[in-house]
Design a protein around this ligand. Structure first.
Ligand SMILES: *Cc1c(COP(=O)(O)O)cnc(C)c1O
Length: 504
């Protein structure tokens, strides 16, 4: 008998149940501050054999049909087509690629419009959102509110640009993103887009956005004006589901390449910040993907490495700005979804999150720790190790990787040493090396020629490595800025209200 999947998203903190996918996508965050999770996930099973002959879009449809409970198959097919098959990606059939270098497989997820893996989800989320608004008959304009550590912002702006009925405001830490990332955002076209630099780091920025979401009075005022807030951060379940797809797809690709037999386990190494990408992999494993271990790779902000080792999550520590800024995060929001899955206890999850908020840390019991350790191995790479990994991968193996991917590759080396595990391994490659050209160039060649700015380095890197600058980044330096707003954390809601008054 087919399982009735309807009405089954729940909040990790227990106060909301029987939420449909479209409701969860529009709301973003649950009212109790928790995250929506599919309570039916352990009843969901995908048969890999059926996926082997499928295109990326077909695999995507299979996954979405199971999770988007109140979307019709026709709506889902249209969303998938609009995101992945209309020329946004370098290749309409293979939006992602698997490349072998050294002894590992790199899953390149950066061939989309903004050159970071976030495109995989943010090209389709606007289509999910538009359908969700129709399904729920929302009579208001949706305003997407997003905090970004660099890549989400541009990918979201690009995805939502001029989408009817939806507006988007992006907050980024003013001095916490790369120049290329900043320029990508500041040059964003669209009548419905707004970009604001915040004086603070990413955690401050993300907390500012969470505060706006939970400010009931402000939300009532905004609703009265005909708007409704929503989120494009990875706390939105509509962001996570598209990321489940490429775990299945890359596995099938290894089978097709003859690297593994169907059913063999693999490892995934994931450069991690907010824990969204790696959690999507965990969801794939829960729904039938044979995974031996997830390796959770952090940079110097090693809060997750420590958590998997000790069971204590402690954000009271120095915050480091690194060359992998999209992972400069001390509060990994999606870990809450993992804790919900392993504990099955929303009350306790709510307690841990409350303690994190009030005291800056919480500790899970040994039984929970043991369960997380079975599925995850945590490690980190500092700045020197990251540089060395970039240099080695290019000089010894002819393969160019960005700093986030280098963190992952380096942590995988550590994992191999520590465990001796020889399971075939896929490293998620999350950004084009050209997005972080200055640090990539420095890591391989030493100093940057003096006359070059960050944008000149793109050409220098291209010349030196005989690789091409991705189209979306070529000519970026010459595009005019369209946004120039900067504010303090406590002025973020004011910036939002200014934007809304410009819209009406
Ligand atoms: C966002 C991002 C990450 C981290 O992904 P999470 O889902 O936040 O863990 C890693 N690498 C790059 C390039 C990113 O943009």
């Amino acid at each position: 008998m087919p399982i009735d999947y309807r009405d089954h998203y729940v909040s990790t903190r227990g106060s909301e149940q029987n939420i449909t996918a479209s409701q969860a996508i529009i709301a973003g965050l649950a009212k109790d501050g928790g995250l929506y999770v599919p309570s039916f996930i352990r009843d969901c099973h995908f048969d890999i054999k059926n996926m082997l002959p499928q295109s990326y879009s077909q695999v995507a449809q299979t996954v979405f049909n199971a999770f988007l409970d109140d979307f019709s198959p026709e709506q889902i097919a249209q969303c998938v087509h609009d995101a992945y098959q209309t020329g946004l990606f370098e290749d309409n059939t293979y939006p992602v690629r698997v490349q072998k270098a050294k002894d590992r497989y790199f899953l390149e997820l950066y061939h989309g419009p903004t050159c970071a893996f976030k495109d995989m989800a943010l090209t389709i989320l606007p289509h999910f959102m538009t359908n969700a608004v129709n399904i729920q008959n929302i009579g208001r304009e949706i305003v997407i509110l997003t905090a970004t550590s660099g890549d989400t912002g541009k990918a979201a702006l690009s995805g939502f640009c001029d989408v009817p009925g939806i507006d988007i405001i992006v907050y980024y830490p003013k001095d916490g993103v790369s120049l290329v990332q900043e320029k990508q955002m500041l040059t964003q076209p669209g009548q419905n887009t707004c970009v604001v630099g915040v004086r603070g780091n990413f955690d401050d920025t993300q907390n500012g956005v969470k505060a706006i979401f939970s400010d009931q009075a402000l939300n009532a005022e905004i609703n009265a004006k005909g708007f409704q807030l929503s989120s494009a951060n990875s706390i939105n379940i509509g962001r996570l589901l598209p990321q489940v797809v490429y775990y299945f797809y890359s596995y099938c690709e290894l089978v097709r390449q003859g690297a593994i037999a169907c059913g063999d386990p693999v490892n995934f190494v994931v450069p991690t910040g907010n824990f969204g990408d790696i959690l999507a992999g965990y969801y794939a494993a829960l729904t039938g993907l044979p995974v031996n271990r997830f390796v959770c790779a952090s940079n110097a902000n090693r809060v997750l490495t420590d958590f998997f080792e000790t069971g204590e999550y402690d954000r009271k520590r120095p915050f480091y700005k690194t060359m992998s800024p999209s992972m400069d995060i001390l509060i990994s929001s999606n870990l809450e979804r993992l804790l919900y899955d392993v504990s099955k206890d929303p009350e306790t999850v709510a307690q841990w999150m409350g303690t994190l908020q009030s005291d800056g840390s919480y500790t899970v019991p040994d039984a929970i720790k043991a369960q997380t350790q079975k599925a995850f191995w945590g490690g980190f790479a500092d700045e020197d190790q990251t540089s060395a990994a970039i240099a080695d991968m290019f000089k010894s193996h002819g393969y160019l990787i960005d700093p986030h991917t280098a963190v992952a590759s380096c942590v995988y080396d550590q994992y191999q040493k520590a465990t001796g595990d020889e399971t075939p391994t896929i490293v998620l490659s999350t950004a084009s090396p050209y997005k972080f050209a200055t640090n990539v160039y420095k890591s391989i060649y030493g100093d940057i020629p003096e006359h070059l700015d960050d944008f000149g380095v793109l050409s220098a890197l291209s010349d030196a490595t005989s690789t091409a600058i991705p189209k979306p980044l070529a000519g970026l330096a010459d595009r005019p800025n369209r946004h120039n707003h900067v504010c303090d954390v406590d002025e973020m809601s004011g910036s939002l209200q200014d934007f809304l008054s410009r819209l009406k």
